[in-house]
Design a protein around this ligand. Structure first.
Ligand code: AMP
Ligand code: GLY
Length: 419
């Protein structure tokens, strides 16, 4: 099969790396990809959000299957457009991807189907939002409705901070139209875990749970990022918690989407908080998380192409999905200053050495004139290692990352130990 993966980050590198191991995949392409992905797949110069351009390229080059990995093209309906052009595509259609693209939609869905989540109200008028914040008090959480690169959420410790966030989103349009509607919700407490699951419209099959580290600095301090590292599986996600999540959250969500005429095929991301009152949904995403994907797919023992096909064909119950009985850790190496301003274009050394004991997924790299790897993004690399225990996986990832360096390189030293 000729397979195209849409996207350009560490997640897409991990998907390409795993698809490359499939005997079904004879030719692999990635649009637009990055310098690391180019070692596994042929990179194609089409932007991930260019729906028409992607359909045209996939048609002209006779792709047998397209995997749409990032949120933006899913929200734009890239899967719908590809399928309508006769090209089989993996990922939810636009009407199901809305569980990520609109927080107001996902919160209403949870309310209607009694899926546990934080209590909330939705606002389109700033005055009413401010009055509600005043009434509820702090701590309180203010969220822009739409996609905002993971930065449209403010967990406010004080009423003033919450009001400022609402003003910035609704009046100053900090996130453009994404903030015209805001969701204001109760602040939950407890460890956070991610559960990714394959879904075929009817069924879900969960992957091993994982845990992202969203804050930039050690001890969960500093600004929110796309994710500074991930482990799988986190110790807090016990079999009892898993069984409860399946009954109270995963199955009800898939059934709710089907009942609403929005069957979900693809990877569904359950962002959960294990509160004292039980597991509750923090957010849904319509795709693999990044960097959770890098850790979790490293544990997959089966053929990813077969699983993607089963999701699309509605035969997930029969798919062969086996996982290594090990743990994984993905350590993100980022540019100094990320997630705020940072410089790009620095040479990266030590990649070959690191690659001997871990898989180094590239998130933001490009090739220099002499064929050397240069930094080209906020998150640059995801050094991913396995171990027989979580401790061992973490130690292996840090040891493997040791030889890697570039100007300004920043990483957290407490991945897997911060909770
Ligand atoms: P989200 O983009 O919805 O995942 O939010 C980003 C982060 O904000 C989450 O990973 C949580 O750490 C935090 N957060 C979001 N909603 C809540 C909530 N209701 N209570 C406490 N923390 C939250
Ligand atoms: N790692 C969080 C996300 O991909 O949304």
């Amino acid at each position: 099969m000729k397979v195209l993966v849409v996207g350009s980050g560490g997640r897409e590198h991990a998907i390409c790396w795993k698809l490359k191991q499939s005997s079904k995949v004879t030719e692999l392409f990635c649009a637009p990809g990055n310098a690391g992905i180019a070692q596994t797949a042929q990179c194609v110069d089409v932007k991930a959000t260019d729906v028409d351009g992607m359909v045209k390229w996939a048609k002209e080059n006779a792709m047998d299957f397209v995997v749409v990995a990032p949120d933006d093209p899913l929200a734009l309906g890239m899967v719908d457009a590809l399928e309508e052009a006769g090209i089989p595509a993996f990922g939810p259609r636009k009407n199901a991807a809305v569980i990520e693209a609109s927080k107001a939609f996902s919160k209403e869905l949870m309310k209607k189907y009694h899926i546990p989540t934080a209590r909330y109200e939705t606002f389109t008028e700033l005055d009413q939002a401010l009055a509600y914040i005043e009434e509820r008090g702090a701590p309180i959480v203010v969220k822009a409705d739409g996609l905002a690169l993971g930065k449209g959420v403010v967990v406010a410790a004080t009423v003033d901070e919450a009001k400022r966030a609402a003003r910035e989103m609704m009046a100053d349009k900090k996130f453009g139209e994404s903030g015209s509607t805001v969701v204001i919700e109760e602040c939950m407490t407890g460890p956070e875990v991610t559960v990714l699951a394959f879904a075929d419209g009817e069924r879900v099959r969960t992957m091993p749970a994982s845990q992202d580290h969203k804050r930039a600095y050690d001890g969960n301090q500093g600004p929110n990022t796309g994710g500074m590292g991930a482990i799988s599986p986190p110790p807090q996600y016990t079999p009892d918690v898993a069984a409860r999540c399946m009954d109270e959250i995963f199955l009800p969500t898939i059934r709710a989407l089907k009942a609403e005429g929005r069957p979900f095929q693809g990877v569904i991301y359950f962002g959960l908080m294990l509160t004292p009152g039980g597991p509750r949904v923090v957010e849904y995403n319509a795709r693999f998380g990044d960097p959770e994907c890098q850790a979790v797919l490293s544990l997959l023992d089966s053929d990813l192409m077969d699983i993607f096909t089963a999701c699309r064909e509605g035969t997930l119950d029969r798919a062969d999905i086996r996982w290594k009985d090990q743990a994984a850790c993905c350590l993100v190496l980022a540019s100094g200053g990320y997630p705020l301003d940072y410089q790009k274009g620095y040479p990266i050394s030590g990649l070959e050495e690191a690659g001997k004991s871990a898989v180094v997924f590239h998130a933001g790299t490009k090739l220099g004139k002499q064929g050397e790897f240069l930094t080209n993004g906020g998150r640059v690399l995801g050094v991913t290692a396995l171990g027989d225990t979580l401790e061992q996986a973490i130690a292996n990832a840090y040891a493997a990352a040791k030889p890697i360096s570039f100007t300004g390189m920043h990483f957290r030293t407490d991945i897997g130990r911060a909770f």
